[in-house]
Design a protein around this ligand. Structure first.
Ligand code: NAP
Length: 333
């Protein structure tokens, strides 16, 4: 491949796509030419990239020849239909949707954890679910040294995880409630403003939601340990940006809270914020717009022989999706 790449962003008008454009510019990704795709609703709309106005193309009516790297974030249906077409046109696709994540021959990559998997790709590399990414960045260093046997994770996920319309719904409902009006509801199954919804995505037969099963299955694939026991409960909260997670782990070898702090202070992509005496711990509002995974409230679980509790927070639109995808693209270079 030539050094400067022809890049495509598919789903460029969405919450993740817009963040991808920002990150490509911030990290000075060597872009020769950029093409932006979305639905026919956005055809002709102009988005800024490095000061230039780039016209959005209708994905379903375009040709894809000459593209080196395509960053997809337009939903699983679009990925199923169009990713193979991009690959046939010789592009490498980095896909943010759930379409190919659990396919055997598709690497599912978080560079801090398993970047070695990238080289096995056959045209498509999958970007994991946002709640999974931040958890594995925090847990992998502990797993490598002390072997985690079981994870119980409860998430507090921001509305931006469900896209731009979901963010608008939280704004609208908040205003409506403050003004004493009836709420408008289109995206979430219940009022999300001033509420917590124990449902992210749809329910499956086993009582878990799809989001919960993604977190469980993807974690085992990325950490390359099929024996890991994991149980997840995913909750949507009225926060605009950044997911928070309460994570409980049991390890094979005992580690103290102090040892965990030391290990995580040296871990790539992790920042430890853990000073309870000063009420310092990771917060969604401070993680928003940042690249790192923040970990705090690290304490030993008193109910088991070797267990820890952690509070893990990261920006779902950056490390949870767009940044992780661009990092994968950087490894492709
Ligand atoms: N948000 C997150 O934190 C996050 C994290 C990880 C993964 N993801 C995944 O990333 C994808 C996008 O999420 P998002 O949050 O950015 O959603 P979003 O804000 O709703 O944006 C959706 C994007 O997909 C495009 N799109 C929708 N239907 C299309 C069609 N028929 N043809 C072409 N483009 C179409 C939209 O274009 P129009 O503007 O023209 O409708 C828009 O650009 C999803 O697969 C999601 O699961 C999101």
């Amino acid at each position: 491949m030539p050094k400067n790449k022809n890049v495509a962003v598919v789903g460029a008008t969405g919450a993740v796509g817009l963040e991808m454009l920002k990150i490509l510019k911030e990290r000075q990704f060597p872009v020769k030419d950029i093409r932006l795709f979305a639905s026919d609703r956005s055809k002709g709309k102009k988005l800024k990239f490095k000061g230039a106005d780039i016209k959005v193309e209708d994905l379903s009516r375009s040709r894809f020849r000459g593209i080196d790297i395509a960053l997809f974030s337009a939903g699983a249906d679009r990925s199923f239909e169009f990713a193979p077409k991009f690959v046939r046109a010789k592009a490498v696709v980095i896909d943010n949707s759930s379409a190919f994540r659990m396919e055997k021959d598709v690497p599912l990559v978080v560079p801090e954890v398993n970047r070695h998997a990238i080289k096995r790709h056959r045209g498509i590399i999958a970007n994991p679910n946002c709640s999974t990414i931040q958890m594995v960045v925090a847990l992998n260093p502990i797993h490598k040294k002390y072997r985690i046997k079981r994870i119980v994770v409860n998430t507090y996920q921001s509305v931006s995880g469900a896209g731009l319309k979901a963010m608008a719904e939280l704004t609208t409902q908040t205003k409506e409630i403050i003004r004493g009006r009836d709420i408008t509801r289109n995206v979430f199954p219940h009022q999300v403003a001033f509420n917590c919804l124990p449902q992210v995505d749809t329910f499956l037969k086993n009582g878990y939601t799809k989001e919960e099963m993604k977190t469980m299955n993807e974690t085992r694939k990325i950490m390359e340990d099929g024996s890991l026991k994991i149980s997840a409960t995913c909750v949507r909260v009225p926060v605009f940006r950044s997911h928070s997670e309460s994570v409980n782990i049991e390890t094979e070898r005992k580690l103290t809270a102090g040892e965990a702090r030391e290990l995580l202070r040296k871990a790539p992509g992790v920042v430890v914020v853990d000073n309870p005496g000063k009420s310092l711990y990771p917060l969604a509002i401070y993680a928003a717009g940042r690249d790192e995974v923040f970990v705090g409230r690290i304490r030993e679980d008193e109910s088991v022989a070797s267990g820890l509790n952690l509070w893990v927070v990261s920006d779902n639109l950056r490390k949870g999706s767009a940044l992780n995808a661009v990092q994968i693209a950087e490894y492709l270079l």
